[in-house]
Ligand binder design. Structure first.
Ligand code: 2P0
Length: 328
């Protein structure tokens, strides 16, 4: 094992879950309560370079051109410690990361962020991890990052410990024409982080065990829909699963929601389009943004429809994206 003598750069795309992860069995190792399933997106990604340097006194993290304080880089430094332990090295690292994702607005920037960091840091430290082990490492940074190692449709097997909780590809290069229209309704930081929100759900929602049971069934249904390229089954089940997740926020103590008025307006618009015969379904994550799952041939007219209401720059069409790439 040799530490790289130059910065290693990794690019990882974000993903949106069709069957969500919302709750941990193990908070330290980030072992989830159920299997989840996502699409990796080509438009939103993070690029991160890492170099371990013997003369550096402390880890240095530059995020979108700004040097982070020790406080705001805690999660990154904790993750680097994990990599140092695995590689048995002591050097501090210089990390430069650029996000091409609206941060913390429910477009899962932590997914692409920790996937890219796992890829760049592990290789820079001289570790040569296969993609399964990379997904296990990314998981320690953020659960959703586990899935961003692979492209296309990806599953995260819940597992029961560090060795058995990892992602695997279901269909890395889908041959059917799926698109996601992302509505960026706000790029503001969310008030309740996913980490806090899902912990509240596990600890206080009386519906939590029903969520786990429903998600297990949804996972099998979406997997079958992907195998059969059954768009309506995939869309319908994903929309149901998203609403079941959001029912956990409404039933937590204290109650909260990630919906804002525009989210509800957008969800109703999706249902109206469906009544007009355009097959499309929505999903939402830990923020007010709405993502519309549709067929590629309909993406432009669906986007145009939402642009008239929410503004041109707020509506982005994206398609299934690739898995992680790492420089030599
Ligand atoms: C998901 N989300 O499956 C779900 C659906 C948001 C809603 O995973 O605590 O940033 O770092 O493991 O991965 C967002 O939560 O949480 C997330 P941690 P993470 O994509």
């Amino acid at each position: 094992m040799v530490i790289a003598d130059h910065p290693i750069t990794a690019k990882a795309h974000t993903n949106i879950a069709l069957v969500k992860y919302w709750g941990k069995l193990d908070n330290e190792l980030i072992i989830p309560q159920n299997d989840s399933l996502s699409i990796t997106l080509d438009e939103f990604y993070t690029q991160t370079s890492v170099e371990f340097l013997p003369d550096l006194a402390a880890d240095e993290v530059v995020f979108d051109g700004e040097k982070l304080s020790a406080d705001s880089s805690v999660k990154v430094r904790t993750f680097l410690n994990l990599v140092r332990n695995l590689a048995n090295i002591d050097d501090r690292a210089k990390v430069v990361t650029q996000n091409f994702v609206p941060t913390a607005a429910g477009l899962a920037s932590s997914a692409s962020g920790f996937a890219a960091l796992a890829g760049a840091a592990s290789k820079a430290a001289g570790l040569n991890l296969n993609r399964r082990d990379l997904s296990r490492l990314a998981r320690r940074g953020s659960g959703s990052a586990t899935r961003s190692i692979f492209g296309g449709f990806v599953a995260w097997q819940q597992g029961h410990n560090d060795a058995t909780s990892f992602a695997y590809p279901i269909d890395e290069q889908p041959t059917w024409d799926i698109a996601v229209v992302a509505l960026v309704l706000t790029a503001k930081q969310k008030k309740v982080s996913s980490r806090v929100g899902m912990r509240l759900a596990v600890e206080t929602s009386p519906f939590y065990s029903a969520w786990v049971a429903a998600s297990r069934a949804d996972f099998e249904t979406v997997k079958t829909a992907i195998q059969n390229q059954d768009f309506d089954l995939l869309g319908h089940t994903s929309e149901q699963n998203a609403m079941r997740m959001h029912a956990l926020t409404l039933s937590s103590d204290p109650t909260f929601t990630y919906f804002n008025a525009d989210s509800i307006k957008a969800m109703n618009m999706v249902k109206d389009l469906r009544l007009q015969g355009i097959p499309c379904y929505f999903t939402m994550d830990a923020g007010p943004n709405v993502k519309i799952i549709c067929q590629g041939a309909d993406a432009k007219r669906i986007a145009a429809h939402f642009q008239t209401v929410f503004g041109k720059d707020q509506v982005l069409i994206t398609r299934p994206g690739a898995g992680i790439s790492i420089s030599d």
